[in-house]
Design a binder for this molecule. Structure first.
Ligand SMILES: Cc1cc2nc3c(=O)[nH]c(=O)nc-3n(C[C@H](O)[C@H](O)[C@H](O)COP(=O)(O)O)c2cc1C
Length: 434
């Protein structure tokens, strides 16, 4: 598959300068020119058709086809329709949306306007992670510029289409990145996830038809509309069209955010973009798409390409595109403890298996790390993980379970050793801490 790659960049196709985030620079790159064409020459259904035809998959973690989600909205049902951009980016290891918000906020605003037009939405929202400072300021400044230029508000470009956008800052909750919790929080309530059905496209924000899309999903829209679905499908692989931003951290020389075409060999990514392993250490494993995805060992990941199918076949997912690279010598028991502390802290407490289960997963991890683990603890970790699978309103508990079973399936011997000896098999060897 890699032979067909052309190295196309959808997002990182301009030089980042002190002004590249401004309206003037975005316009100089051709920004908003396609919007005018959309509003003046295209029917809303045509925009959705183009997005559906492109095969664009959501970049928020679940890889749901964007066009299929948009297609559910019935345009002439007499109800308001809402489009919400999910900029919560709370998944550990994930910081790729931040790049888009900081460096090309107008691309996101243009994508939101095209989406709003396709869905015939008068009001749109961005829910942005509370801890984001520069990304928020950049987006807010861009929105101000766009309003001043008549790109938002009433009768945009004299086309009769009107649209407003509200930026809402979160308050530091991971679960508020889950689409339904996000909408509940937007409504001013405690950010609890909601049971489905009804789907959000039927009863979302204020119980009206709503589309929630990730920042990077929205960022793809102007490219697709400008170049057409067929051109977009030529990038990447047939089942994972387009490119992906990857935020990569951990034991590598050059952590950061990189854009790759789907189908890019992981070994090349590690050697080139990541600059190789820190201190020349051997690769142990990769947490491939935020900690909610199953760990892939070096043997699993080194031969495969970066795309949805390859990762699924290897037993994991591309997920939130936040990769954590782990070097040999790292203790997986301690790694799991860090993950469980996070999930316990972030469980909203609404569902019993998650509220109780996350606490127990952390307690058991702490006990093992303190040298007081029992052999039965491993079975208990599996049981608690399985008890969450499909029994909770949102995916937080399931995801913690995947993290646990993913690590235990591959590195059980490290847990057995820790429990038997009361210490890590890597004690004294850890040079790079997580
Ligand atoms: C606990 C939890 C946290 C999530 N956090 C985010 C997030 O920070 N950003 C995001 O885009 N999606 C997040 N999601 C996924 C969203 O629910 C939703 O699937 C996504 O925003 C849809 O956008 P897309 O179809 O464009 O991928 C999260 C899901 C769960 C279960």
């Amino acid at each position: 598959m890699s032979a067909t790659l052309s190295g196309t960049k959808v997002f990182m196709n301009f030089e980042v300068t002190p002004t590249s985030h401004t309206l003037a620079d975005y316009r100089a790159r051709g920004g908003y020119a396609t919007l005018e064409k959309v509003l003046k020459e295209m029917q809303p259904e045509q925009v959705t058709k183009e997005v559906a035809g492109s095969g664009l998959l959501g970049h928020g973690g679940a890889a749901f086809p964007a066009g299929r989600k948009w297609g559910v909205i019935k345009l002439n049902d007499g109800q308001p329709h809402y489009l919400c951009m999910n900029a919560d980016e709370g998944e550990p290891g994930t910081f790729k949306d931040r790049w888009l918000l900081e460096h090309t906020p107008h691309l996101l605003l243009e994508g939101m306007l095209m989406g709003a037009y396709a869905l015939q939405g008068r009001h749109t929202f961005v829910y942005i992670r509370g801890e984001f400072d520069l990304p928020y300021r950049r987006l807010a400044e861009a929105l101000e510029e766009a309003y001043a230029a008549g790109l938002f508000g009433e009768n945009i470009m004299g086309t009769g289409f009107s649209c407003d956008l509200v930026i809402y800052r979160g308050a530091g909750s991971y679960v508020c990145g889950e689409a339904s919790a996000m909408l509940t929080s937007l409504e001013g309530k405690k950010g609890y996830p909601r049971n489905r059905p009804p789907r959000l496209t039927v009863a979302g924000l204020y119980q009206k038809p709503t589309v929630v899309n990730n920042v990077e999903t929205i960022a793809n829209i102007p490219y697709i509309v400008r170049h057409g679905a067929e051109a977009f499908k030529k990038i990447g692989t047939p089942k994972s069209p387009g490119t992906s931003l990857i935020s990569v951290s951990g034991h590598i020389n050059t952590p950061g955010v990189y854009e790759v075409e789907y189908g890019y060999p992981f070994a090349d990514f590690l050697a080139k973009e990541c600059g190789g392993m820190l201190g020349g250490k051997a690769l142990k494993c990769v947490v491939p798409g935020g900690i909610s995805t199953k760990v892939l060992t070096a043997d699993d990941i080194m031969p495969i390409t970066y795309d949805h199918n390859a990762f699924l076949e290897a037993g994991s997912q591309v997920g939130s595109q936040g990769m954590i690279v782990v070097a040999e010598g790292t203790c997986m028991v301690k790694l799991m403890q860090v993950m469980m502390r996070f999930y316990h802290h972030e469980s909203c407490g609404q569902c019993t298996p998650c509220r109780e289960g996350m606490g127990w997963l952390e307690k058991i991890s702490n006990r093992i790390v303190a040298g007081r683990g029992a052999p039965s603890d491993i079975e208990r970790l599996y049981q608690i993980s399985n008890a969450n699978d499909g029994t909770t309103i949102c995916g937080l508990g399931d995801a913690a379970g995947y993290a646990v079973s993913g690590i235990l399936d591959k590195y059980r011997h490290e847990f057995d050793y820790y429990i038997e000896h009361g210490k890590s098999m890597f004690d004294g060897q850890l040079e790079v801490m997580l």
